[in-house]
Design a protein around this ligand. Structure first.
Ligand code: HEC
Ligand code: HEC
Length: 217
């Protein structure tokens, strides 16, 4: 209920900026409510840090949410659905403008860089064998593969997304080719919850120290 009322408030906010194509203003008027002023995210509403995500990835995801390829089912993916409600109100020009703004925000290193019960050594092995090829050795992502940077995202968010790919709650929609790649990876190489914890535990260790962020620009 709280999530629903939040979305209604922000959708109201959206209507007031519907004619606006200034990315910074759009970000401040709409996105900060859930993603924070620095784009650092808010665990209470399960919104991830988005600061410094590359423009091509933000554009793809906002378009996926907009077109019903991500977050289309409130029952199985309530948090994705909340984001989809916002994205559906955005015009293509607004998506482009806000994505350009998000990319310029300095990377925010998550406050918590560990996952309870994770075997980071096993996580590293899996990452080297199965993830690095697309997400790169430092998890900085690779535009050519459409694979986003994983550093900067919170542990709880990474766990949630891997669980969604594994359960076909993300990446299974028709036409979501990039998402389908991750569904395939999760079904082949992510055996269980413990495997997810291990690999996310390792990914978190790849974050730069806050003082040296942003690295990936
Ligand atoms: C009502 C709260 C809310 C608002 C407002 C909101 N978001 Fe989100 N956003 C979320 C949640 C929750 C998620 C996580 C969805 C999931 O679990 O798949 C998310 C996910 C995202 C993602 C995907 C990140 C990734 O790593 O894949 C992007 C990009 C994003 N939001 C951008 C924006 C932008 C830009 C705005 C402003 C136009 C915005 N959001 C406004 C709640 C919100
Ligand atoms: C074949 C290339 C490929 C491989 C290998 C791969 N990924 Fe991905 N990954 C992607 C792509 C492409 C996306 C973006 C999906 C989308 O557009 O929704 C992605 C997205 C993700 C996300 C969501 C990030 C976010 O911000 O929402 C996580 C988490 C992730 N991958 C983790 C992993 C892990 C862990 C492994 C190893 C077990 C792995 N990936 C292996 C291509 C790959």
């Amino acid at each position: 209920m709280r999530l629903l009322s939040l979305s209604i408030v922000f959708l109201f906010g959206l209507t007031t900026v519907s004619a606006q194509e200034d990315g910074a203003a759009l970000f401040n008027n709409v996105c900060v409510q859930c993603h924070g002023t620095k784009g650092e995210g808010k665990e209470e509403v399960k919104s991830p840090s988005i600061a410094n995500l590359p423009i091509w990835y933000v554009t793809t995801q906002l378009s996926n949410f907009h077109d019903g390829k991500r977050g289309s089912d409130t029952a199985i993916d309530p948090h994705g659905a909340m984001m989809a409600a916002i994205a559906k109100a955005l015009k293509p020009e607004q998506i482009k403008a806000v994505a350009a703004h998000v990319e310029k925000l300095p990377l925010v290193v998550p406050a918590k860089l560990a996952i309870e019960g994770a075997d980071v050594t096993l996580g590293q092995e899996l990452f080297y064998e199965r993830c690095m090829e697309c997400h790169r050795y430092n998890a900085s992502g690779e535009m050519a593969f459409g694979s986003p940077p994983l550093v900067g995202r919170q542990g709880w968010y990474l766990v949630a997304q891997l669980t969604k790919f594994k359960n076909l709650h993300r990446g299974a929609a028709k036409g979501d080719e990039k998402g389908a790649k991750m569904v395939q990876m999760a079904s082949l190489f992510i055996a269980d919850e413990q495997t997810i914890k291990n690999v996310v535990g390792y990914i978190l260790t790849l974050n730069p120290t806050p003082a040296s962020a942003p690295l990936f620009k």
